[in-house]
Write a protein that binds this ligand. Sequence first.
Ligand SMILES: [Zn+2]
Length: 133
Amino acid sequence: MHKILLTNIEKNTVECIPSEELPREVTHISPIHCTYSMREVEDYFLIEYTAMADVTFICQRCGDTGNTRISLTNTVALCPNDDVAERLLKHHESVVYQGAYVDLEKILMDELRLHSYLKHSDKDCQLDNNADN
Ligand SMILES: [Zn+2]
């Protein structure tokens, strides 16, 4: 867990060492380097972040291992309850928080899972490019 206080933060950089379960095809991940800013808007908080991590993965196309650098950029609404989260869903991904802190690692890992269809670039992949069509 990497908890951050819900408050207005112009800019902060943290290094987050993943302790949650990794996506199945990720065999290794470096600490996640994350720069974020957060501001209070009406009855919720908005966090904008960019995050970067080096991962070793099993290619979803050829089954061999590969390395890549993943970059994530996103804006997430941090909501006090489901009603607010539902209201904002049209505009933002939303997460419901409890207490005064939010788990940044969980937000980053959820995002990573969404983007974790990992495969080699065409020139590095062991499979013939045509096999992907
Ligand atoms: Zn491959």
